[in-house]
Design a protein around this ligand. Structure first.
Ligand SMILES: CC/C=C\C/C=C\CCCC/C=C/C(=O)SCCNC(=O)CCNC(=O)[C@H](O)C(C)(C)COP(=O)(O)OP(=O)(O)OC[C@H]1O[C@@H](n2cnc3c(N)ncnc32)[C@H](O)[C@@H]1OP(=O)(O)O
Length: 292
């Protein structure tokens, strides 16, 4: 059973198990898909490709996060798989980040539940024993960038519209300390300081330069590149790679784990402020009006 902080996520978020489909793929591997998380298994290679499918922009709603958490738990417990490629099924968008509608006009209990799920997905991805390769095939702001940052390697498709970064300050909000820690671990303190304060969204060439991604490739090569990177990482004996990964990441994850409840309380009181609610509503309104 999938648990989120000791509770059954299936019940908390109203996601029905019946929403999932379990079939067998051509190679005999169990294929499981929920509404919004598609899993394409390659049992022979030990790789599962997760395709995010929450149109139009893969915003990370509570239900979507819950499905993703369940999916990751299943893969983590299935010895068939040693690696995950994380990519998007929504053309041009990797993920628009946290779903702003989950952070606007709701009550404190909802904010707390939502934030716990955001923490949970980060911990699951960041501490995964598997090799995680992000095949970033679209724009990747804020929480979308964070998901990519949890991966062991990032490949970004070469399209100037596919910008990536932690742009929270542009919304009048603040990247939490563990978003910041993950970014500092990736691009270093000075670059993270500048990127976070200015809310920078980097186009591919700059993202590569600053170290936000490891490789930029033509869009039609993104999956083949991710596969070839994966085979390089899977050539390392699991126990040695996993212990090394844990050695590199444990302190950062523990920082959040030790302060998890306080972080939730901070989030709830911050996001409940009238001024923050107003900023988020204005930002959402601007996004909606962009088209007209
Ligand atoms: C003391 C401190 C303690 C705690 C911390 C405090 C604060 C909390 C910090 C929280 C950290 C937050 C992290 C986040 O991830 S916030 C989300 C940030 N995301 C963005 O800024 C991206 C916004 N979106 C875009 O820029 C574009 O939509 C995008 C992704 C480039 C795609 O562009 P395009 O293809 O043109 O699509 P549209 O803009 O037309 O969007 C289509 C549709 O989707 C809606 N939408 C977009 N993004 C979101 C979103 N993140 N959440 C909800 N909805 C979103 C958009 O409004 C459109 O809706 P419509 O109804 O008009 O169709």
């Amino acid at each position: 059973m999938a648990l989120l902080a000791g509770r059954t996520v299936l019940l908390r978020a109203g996601v029905r198990l019946g929403a999932e489909a379990a079939t067998r793929g051509g190679n005999g591997a169990r294929r499981f898909a929920s509404h919004r998380v598609l899993v394409e298994p390659d049992a022979a290679a030990g790789i599962a490709t997760i395709k995010l499918k929450n149109p139009p922009v893969n915003s990370l709603s509570l239900e979507f996060l819950t499905e993703l958490i369940i999916c990751l738990e299943k893969l983590e417990n299935d010895k068939t798989f040693r690696g995950i490629i994380l990519t998007s099924d929504c053309p041009g968008i990797f993920s628009a980040g946290l779903d702003l509608r989950e952070m606007c006009g709701k009550n404190p209990a909802h904010y707390a539940e939502y934030w716990r799920a955001v923490q949970e997905i980060w911990l699951k991805l960041y501490l995964s024993n598997m090799v995680l390769v992000a095949a970033i095939n679209g724009a990747s702001p804020a929480g979308g960038c964070l998901m990519a940052l949890t991966c062991d390697y990032r490949v970004l498709a070469d399209n100037p519209r596919y910008r990536i970064g932690l742009n929270e300050t542009l919304l009048g909000i603040i990247a939490p300390f563990w978003f910041k820690d993950n970014l500092v671990n990736t691009i270093g303190h000075r670059a993270a300081d500048r990127a976070l304060q200015l809310g920078l969204l980097f186009p591919p060439t700059e993202a590569l330069q600053v170290g936000m991604v490891d490789q930029v490739v033509p869009e039609d090569q993104i999956h083949s590149t991710a596969l070839s990177v994966m085979s390089q990482w899977l050539a390392i004996p699991d126990h040695a790679r996993q212990l090394t990964k844990s050695m590199m990441r444990k302190a950062t994850a523990d920082h959040l784990i030790k302060q998890r409840e306080a972080d939730i309380q901070n989030f709830v009181s911050f996001i409940s402020k009238d001024s923050i609610q107003k900023s988020l509503q204005v930002y959402l309104e601007k996004l909606k009006q962009k088209k007209h």
